[in-house]
Design a protein around this ligand. Structure first.
Ligand SMILES: [Fe+2]
Length: 189
């Protein structure tokens, strides 16, 4: 489950319907999808096959032409350099669409000067429209596995705003893994 927070007002939402409603008002799609069909040792190919229907439906909804599985963990080569590309405020010329399979991260969205942070975890689907100013970072365990959709993979290049607003927000994770011992999720983390 995601955690939605508005840092300026310290409002925090952990209820699915409330998160969906609040994000919808900002033009961001949020959904919860089941993870029960994916085994602990599912390969990327297994995942793409298991979610074929959702992947194709999402392609139709957003005009995406391809999907893949990104898998990042602390042993990923050049992880710091990879993360540094996306933890500064930027936009893309296409939507950023992610279904989180494992791990946790935070999307910061800066919409009309109002910042919202969305901590996403397993089962969360988030669609950030093209042109939305945002930045992203991983939670402390530096782990994420997600399905991504693309209209054109070259569109995923970050266009930095250079605003520096990202420096003003602490990437604090509030999810279940950060409130004590990691909860048993039954999925690979
Ligand atoms: Fe991005």
């Amino acid at each position: 489950m995601a955690v939605l927070r508005f840092p300026e007002t310290d409002r925090l939402f952990e209820d699915e319907a409330a998160i969906r409603s609040e994000l919808s008002a900002l033009g961001i799609d949020y959904e919860r999808w089941s993870l029960d069909r994916m085994g602990n040792d599912a390969t990327a190919e297994d995942v793409l096959a298991a979610y074929m229907d959702e992947i194709e439906e999402m392609k139709r909804r957003g005009g995406y032409v391809t999907a893949d599985v990104i898998d990042v963990n602390p042993a990923t080569p050049n992880l710091d350099a990879m993360l540094a590309k996306f933890d500064k405020e930027h936009t893309h010329s296409e939507d950023e669409v992610r279904f989180i399979l494992a791990g946790r991260g935070i999307f910061f969205l800066n919409i009309d000067g109002r910042v919202a942070s969305v901590e996403v975890g397993p089962g969360d689907m988030l669609r950030v429209p093209s042109g939305t100013t945002h930045w992203f970072t991983l939670c402390e365990d530096r782990r994420i596995r997600a399905i991504r959709w693309f209209q054109d993979t070259t569109g995923w290049t970050p266009h930095y705003t250079g605003s520096g607003v990202d420096q003003s927000y602490q990437p604090l994770c509030f999810g279940p893994a950060y409130l004590g011992p990691r909860a048993a999720t039954g999925i690979r983390v």
